[in-house]
Ligand binder design. Structure first.
Ligand SMILES: *Cc1c(COP(=O)(O)O)cnc(C)c1O
Length: 386
């Protein structure tokens, strides 16, 4: 027998790992740095490492107390009820839960193009369909309510990614409010804030709770993860915050013990280690600035822990950078041919990435039109070719 018809389904293309690349090229993993998956360059919080070590001997038990404790700590931090925090196996798991709670057979979701692949993948698993709205390169991927509402046709869930992966753009709360206001009563607006910690913008939680002069709404949810700023991508931990009215749906849709004992204990420790997050954000802002200033190609402004860069033949540039030990993300699979995405690394990683990219660009040359924006006066000849 066969699985059901999966011809519409596509496999997720993760950023490539150091081990994988080194093995393929027959080289020493120590020669490589990976700036392809928006991971934390400082690693996990030392407190989380300790918590995982301490928890190791009790993983024979189901994670009941830890799950409840983490939910409570997060709820308290955001000022919401425990029932509004939907812990999950990564932010991706939270997307699944939102779809389980919303999508009926053949319901649709509306997602940005270019955008994060998992929204659509998850909708398909839940027998839903996908339509898209465009973020335009000619508008520097600016996000407003207008194109979303123009594309909107009664979809059950609308995704806004702020900061947006892979472009780094954000959308104002007034615009999010307008999307929620002008879409149907049965449409949930999910604001994916996976990179929220790095951004100088307010969380859409204000729209759920009715803070800061906004009316409280029952049709907006936010999404957060421990994978990026908290450095816990490997334990898989994330959550959605939903309106109070949605609280009791979680118990009906979640996979029992949605987050593991190790994940919950690590999450509790990481959440408590504000210093680690602050340091991570500080490093990110410096790296972002440095790449914007020093890369000899167009780098879009970004509020995430990565930047998007116009390089022309992105596959060739990414491959050549990898050959030289710097693994970056070719954005073709995001629907952005011609661009690469580089994660903000430590100071030395960032320097190496910038130098490597500038050399590759100089050797390859940028095709006409690759340099949009204000970079026409940059002078690539300053970079020596060794
Ligand atoms: C990384 C990311 C997520 C969540 O990732 P998890 O590792 O599953 O928590 C969600 N949305 C976007 C846009 C992301 O980049």
């Amino acid at each position: 027998m066969q699985p059901r018809d999966l011809s519409d389904h596509v496999a997720y293309q993760a950023g490539r790992g150091i081990e994988e690349v080194a093995r393929e090229l027959g080289r020493d993993p120590a020669e490589f740095i990976k700036l392809a998956s928006n991971e934390n360059p400082h690693g996990p919080s030392p407190a989380a490492v300790e918590a995982i070590r301490e928890t190791a001997s009790s993983v024979n038990s189901y994670p009941k107390a830890a799950h409840a404790d983490l939910t409570e700590v997060i709820a308290e931090d955001w000022g919401v009820d425990d029932s509004q925090v939907w812990l999950a196996n990564g932010g991706d798991g939270a997307i699944d839960y939102l779809h389980r709670a919303t999508l009926e057979f053949d319901d649709e979701i509306l997602v940005p193009e270019p955008g994060f692949a998992y929204y659509g993948m998850s909708a398909r698993f839940h027998h839903g369909d996908i339509s898209t709205y465009a973020l335009e390169r000619t508008d520097d991927f600016e996000q407003t309510a207008e194109p979303v509402l123009e594309a909107y046709d009664g979809e059950r869930v609308v995704y806004l990614t702020s900061p947006h992966n892979p472009t780094g753009s954000t959308i104002d709360l007034e615009e999010i409010e307008r999307v929620a206001e002008e879409t149907g009563d049965d449409t949930l607006v999910v604001v994916d804030e996976a990179y929220g910690e790095f951004a100088d913008v307010e969380s859409a939680l204000a729209l759920i709770e009715g803070n800061d002069g906004y009316d409280a709404r029952d049709d907006v949810a936010t999404l957060r993860t421990f994978s990026k700023a908290y450095g816990l991508a490997g334990v898989r931990l994330g959550y959605a915050i939903v309106p109070e009215e949605w609280g009791d749906a979680y118990a009906r849709v979640n996979t029992p013990f949605a987050a593991s004992e190790l994940a919950c204990r690590a999450g509790l420790a990481a959440f408590d280690d504000g210093e680690h997050v602050d340091r991570t954000v500080e490093t990110t802002l410096e790296s972002r600035e440095s790449m914007r200033e020093n890369v000899e190609a167009h780098v879009w402004p970004s509020e995430g822990n990565f930047v998007l860069i116009a390089v022309g033949d992105a596959s060739a540039v990414a491959e050549e950078m990898q050959e030289r030990g710097v693994i970056v993300r070719d954005c073709t699979s995001f629907g952005l041919p011609g661009c690469i995405r580089i994660t903000c690394g430590t100071e030395s990683e960032t320097e190496r990435a910038v130098e490597t990219l500038n050399r590759v660009i100089e050797e390859f040359g940028l095709p006409d039109g690759a340099q949009t924006g204000d970079t026409s006066d940059t002078n690539a000849s300053e970079v020596s070719d060794t």
